[in-house]
Ligand binder design. Structure first.
Ligand SMILES: Cc1ncc(COP(=O)(O)O)c(C=O)c1O
Length: 284
C-alpha cells in the first residue's frame, strides 16, 4: 500500500483520515505543491518549498514545518514509496476548527504529503504536440497563490477535454495568462514570450527552469504577456508544468500552430530541459 504523511505520521494511504471540520474540506482553505521525483531525488525542491512558503504567506497561514523538516519527511516518504520516479503532492490547510469564514485562532495547520506514480510524458505528445483551446480566464485575482481551490481550473480543463484538447489557454483582458494547469509560452519571430510573474499567473517552477535554460543558450526570451491576436499568429506555442515538462501546442482552437508540428525553438528547449533533468548533480 502506498504510504502517505499526515500530521507527523507515516501511514498506509487507506489508514490516513482527516476531520470533516478540516478547513481544507469545508472551505478549500489550503495550498499545495506538486514536485516531480527523478531517480529518488526531488527536482527543484528549494524552489517548490519557497513557493509553498509564498503561498502560505499569501493566505496568512502558518507553515507547520521548517524547510529542514519538509526535506526530511519528503526524503522518508520517497524512500517508503520505493524511490525512483514519483510525483509528490504536498498540502497544507488551515486546520480543524468549527466552520466559520473568519480564521480560527491557535489552530495548527494540517500537513499532508502523498506520492503518486509519475507518468512519463507520452512520446506521441512529444513528437506531435497537443491541442489546446482558448477560454476566458474565469479564475480569481490571486493566481500566484497555489491554492487547493481548483474548481475554476477544473471546469476549464474539463471544457478543454470535452473539446478534444489537452489544455485550455486562458485569456484575461485580451492577453494570454497561462494554461488551466500550466504556464504558457509563445514564439514570435524567434523570441519566446511568457507572461510576467504577477498575480495573474502561477510562478511555475518549470517556467523558471525554461527561462534559465533559454538565457544560458542565448535564446531570446521576454517576460511579457502576448495579446490573443499575437497568440493566434504565433510560430510556436508551448505549455510547461512539473509533470508535463515542456509540451508543444500544435493545434489551437482547431487551427494549426505554425506548421502544425513541434517547432525548432521547442526542440532546442526540450533538448536542454532533458539534459538538465538527467544531470541530477546540477540541481541538487
Ligand atoms: C495554473 C498553473 N500554472 C502553472 C503551473 C506550472 O507550475 P509548475 O511548473 O511549478 O508545475 C501549474 C502546475 O500545476 C498550474 O496549475
Amino acid at each position: 500500500m502506498n504510504q502517505v504523511y499526515l500530521n507527523g505520521e507515516f501511514l498506509a494511504a487507506d489508514q490516513a483520515k482527516v476531520s470533516v471540520f478540516d478547513r481544507g474540506f469545508l472551505l478549500g482553505d489550503g495550498v499545495y505543491e506538486v514536485i516531480p521525483v527523478y531517480a529518488g531525488h526531488c527536482f527543484q525542491l528549494d524552489g517548490h518549498l519557497q513557493r509553498l512558503q509564498a503561498s502560505l504567506n499569501g493566505v496568512r497561514m502558518g507553515n507547520p514545518h521548517s524547510d529542514k523538516e519538509w526535506k526530511s519527511l519528503i526524503a522518508e516518504l520517497i524512500e517508503l514509496n520505493g524511490g525512483g520516479e514519483q510525483s509528490l503532492y504536498l498540502q497544507v490547510t488551515r486546520g480543524v476548527a468549527p466552520r466559520d469564514h473568519v480564521f480560527p485562532e491557535g489552530v495548527t495547520p494540517s500537513a499532508f504529503a502523498m506520492s503518486n506514480p509519475l507518468q512519463a510524458v507520452s512520446e506521441k505528445y512529444k513528437k506531435e504536440g497537443v491541442a489546446a483551446i482558448t477560454l476566458p480566464d474565469i479564475r480569481w485575482q490571486n493566481c500566484n497563490i497555489k491554492a487547493i481551490t481548483l474548481l475554476p481550473n477544473s471546469l476549464l480543463k474539463q471544457q478543454a477535454q470535452d473539446a478534444g484538447a489537452a489544455e485550455a489557454l486562458l485569456i484575461r483582458d485580451g492577453y494570454l495568462t497561462e494554461g488551466a494547469a500550466s504556464n504558457a509560452y509563445v514564439v514570435l519571430d524567434g523570441i519566446i514570450y511568457t507572461a510576467p510573474k504577477d498575480e495573474k499567473v502561477l510562478p511555475g517552477i518549470t517556467r523558471e527552469v525554461v527561462i534559465a535554460l533559454a538565457k544560458k543558450a542565448d535564446i531570446p526570451l521576454l517576460e511579457e504577456a502576448v495579446s490573443e491576436a499575437q497568440l493566434k499568429q504565433a510560430d510556436e506555442v508551448w505549455i510547461s508544468s512539473s509533470t508535463k515538462e515542456v509540451l508543444a501546442i500544435t493545434q489551437l482552437d482547431g487551427e494549426k500552430v505554425g506548421m502544425g508540428v513541434p517547432g525548432p525553438v521547442w526542440q532546442q528547449i526540450d533538448a536542454l530541459y532533458q539534459d538538465y533533468k538527467e544531470d541530477i548533480a546540477s540541481w541538487q
